[in-house]
Design a protein around this ligand. Structure first.
Ligand SMILES: [Fe+2]
Ligand SMILES: [Fe+2]
Length: 234
C-alpha cells in the first residue's frame, strides 16, 4: 500500500472502522454475479479521465490532498465555530469516496486511459456505495460517500462530516484542474504546441515560474521538466 495512504488510515482511531477501511483499500474489488472486477492498481490510477488529476498516481494525490483540506476545515469548524466533528468519519470518507474509480478505468494500448467495461455500466459512486453497504460500513459513512458530489450527486450532504468531505473534494479537484489548465495554456502560448498530458507538480512549477520570471519562466520550467523526463530514460 502507498505509505501516504497507510499513514492516513492510521489516523482513524476506531479499531473496527480502521480495519474495515484498511481491508477495502488493500484489495479494492467488486463482484457482480460471481464475476470479480479489480481495475487499475490504486497507486497507478488517475482520479479522472480528462479533468482533475488525470495522470498516473493522480488518485492517491487527490485522496491525500483532499484529506489535508478536510482536516483544515475540521480545525476551522472546531476552533472558530465550536462545532463537534467525528474525524474518523471524515478521514474514512475521504479515503473511500473515489476508491472504486480505478475499477471504472482501463489503460489503452496507446498509454491513455479509457472507461472499463464495468465503468461504462456503473459509476464509481454507485459502486463504492454498494460495496460499503454490502460490507456493513456505518450508515453515516455511507452517507458521506453517497453525498460527496453534492448537488451533482444522488443526494446532498445532510451531516457536517459529509459537507466537509464534499467541500474538500471540490476544492482539491478545482485546485488541480485550474492549475493544470493554466499551465497548459501558458505552454501553448510559448511553444504553440498542446501538451498531451501534465501532472500537477509540473503544472505548479510552470505557473510559479511564470509568476516569478514572466514568459522566460515558462521556458525555464519546460527545460526543467524535459531534463527530468530525459533523466528518467534509459
Ligand atoms: Fe467522486
Ligand atoms: Fe474526489
Amino acid at each position: 500500500m502507498d505509505p501516504r495512504l497507510r499513514r492516513l488510515i492510521r489516523k482513524i482511531k476506531n479499531d473496527k472502522l480502521r480495519r474495515m477501511v484498511s481491508e477495502l483499500v488493500e484489495e479494492p474489488r467488486f463482484e457482480v454475479n460471481g464475476k470479480v472486477y479489480s481495475g487499475l492498481p490504486l497507486t497507478d490510477s488517475p482520479a479522472s479521465l480528462s479533468r482533475h488529476h488525470s495522470y498516473p498516481g493522480g488518485l492517491i494525490e487527490h485522496i491525500i490532498s483532499t484529506a489535508k483540506i478536510a482536516m483544515a476545515i475540521c480545525d476551522s469548524v472546531e476552533e472558530v465555530y465550536h462545532g463537534r466533528i467525528n474525524r474518523d468519519l471524515v478521514i474514512s470518507g475521504v479515503i473511500l469516496h473515489d476508491l472504486f474509480k480505478p475499477l471504472t478505468y482501463r489503460l489503452k494500448e496507446d498509454g491513455t486511459y479509457g472507461a472499463s467495461q464495468l465503468g461504462e455500466r456503473i459509476d464509481h459512486l454507485t459502486l463504492i456505495s454498494s460495496e460499503l453497504i454490502r460490507r456493513g460500513f456505518p450508515l453515516d459513512l455511507i452517507h458521506i460517500v453517497c453525498a460527496h458530489h453534492g448537488e451533482a450527486g444522488p443526494i446532498t450532504p445532510k451531516t457536517i462530516e459529509a459537507l466537509i468531505c464534499h467541500i474538500a473534494d471540490m476544492a482539491d479537484s478545482k485546485l488541480n484542474n485550474e492549475v493544470i489548465r493554466a499551465a497548459l495554456y501558458l505552454v501553448r502560448e510559448v511553444t504553440g504546441e498542446t501538451l498531451e498530458s501534465m501532472n500537477s507538480k509540473e503544472a505548479f512549477r510552470i505557473v510559479q515560474l511564470k509568476t516569478e520570471l514572466g514568459w522566460d519562466g515558462v521556458k525555464r520550467a519546460l527545460e526543467e521538466i524535459g531534463k527530468r523526463e530525459g533523466d528518467g530514460e534509459g
